[in-house]
Design a protein around this ligand. Structure first.
Ligand code: GZL
Length: 307
């Protein structure tokens, strides 16, 4: 997809058809690819004319795309904000143009809740807490220090901020848990591998890796194996997402626990768009349903995974 340009639209014209302008973060991870697929397929199935734009991870491209959707007078604008801040101006422009906005996947820190109709996505703080709770249970009864390294998501992104906060809140209950290094891996395998290589060089002892998504965890596994260590055994690994490649590594014992974050937001997004277009009131917050997986559960779940 072009950087911030409209990559064309799916579905025909016609007055009664809803036209949706969608600005996507980019294509940084397996999760994002699955999310894009869900949105594009659901729009086609719902008969919604989708104008899709890939921002390649840049907020200015998303703002440009939203302004373009306003100029094109689309019926509804939806987007996944790459970062939490800096949206009030362009969201006010959409509001002044009387075009409703739906937030998907990630939210914004705008104080003015009238700038968007609803936010459909996961509770990232809870995801971080679930990761922490597994670790606390895993080391119950042990008193030796547990050295943790953390691969954070994109700086300023809601999932990065909240997964970090939720995890830290749970592990602070026991001083044996120490985050000895924490750095962004930009939600990508490449950066996850590079940062993990640096951690392995700089940290005398690493017991646990907490990665904010599977892709960074998978990159880190490459670095851990290149360093002659066994991922999942020498270094326990917790990740978030539960995409197929992550679940495969979990089932193989290279990851110890995955907190699911569902990318399949398309169907609910299209339903919300139709309700918003029809002037119906929708709930301000639509929470996605998701679970967690151990290695055993991954073996059972893998055959049925859709993404
Ligand atoms: C979470 C989503 C995150 C995923 C990453 O809802 O925003 O962005 O966890 C993706 O894999 O890059």
């Amino acid at each position: 997809c072009g950087g911030g340009d409209d990559a064309g639209s799916s579905g025909g014209g016609g007055d009664d058809k809803i036209t949706m302008g969608f600005s996507q973060v980019g294509a940084e991870s397996g999760w994002r690819t699955a999310n894009t697929k869900s949105i594009q397929e659901s729009a086609a199935a719902a008969g919604i004319d989708l104008k899709f734009s890939d921002a390649q991870g840049k907020q200015e491209n998303q703002i440009k795309a939203i302004r373009s959707f306003i100029a094109q007078r689309v019926d509804v604008i939806a987007f996944s904000p790459v970062v939490e801040s800096g949206w009030d101006t362009v969201l006010k422009e959409a509001k002044d143009a009387n075009i409703p906005v739906i937030l998907t996947d990630r939210s914004v820190d705008s104080q003015d809740k009238t700038l968007y109709k609803t936010f459909i996505g996961s509770d990232f703080v809870l995801e971080g807490k679930k990761a922490g709770e597994w670790l606390v249970k895993e080391y119950e009864g042990k008193s030796d220090p547990v050295n943790i390294v953390e691969l954070q998501g994109t700086p300023g992104a809601a999932p990065a901020n909240d997964r970090k906060a939720g995890f830290a809140e749970v592990i602070k209950a026991d001083p044996k848990f120490k985050i000895v290094a924490s750095q962004t891996g930009q939600f990508t395998r490449t950066d996850g591998k590079e940062v993990m290589e640096a951690f392995l060089k700089s940290q005398p002892k690493i017991d646990v890796l907490y990665a904010h998504n599977d892709d960074m965890g998978l990159g880190a596994i490459e670095a851990i194996e290149a360093a002659g260590k066994k991922p999942g055994t020498d270094i326990k690994i917790i990740t978030v997402d539960a995409v197929k490649d992550g679940m495969t590594a979990l089932a193989a014992g290279k990851i110890n626990y995955i907190v699911e974050c569902s990318p399949l937001l398309g169907p609910q997004l299209m339903d919300l768009a139709k309700k918003v277009k029809a002037g119906e009131t929708v709930e301000q917050r639509v929470l996605t349903q998701e679970t967690t997986f151990t290695q055993e559960q991954a073996k059972t779940a893998l055959p049925d995974r859709k993404y």
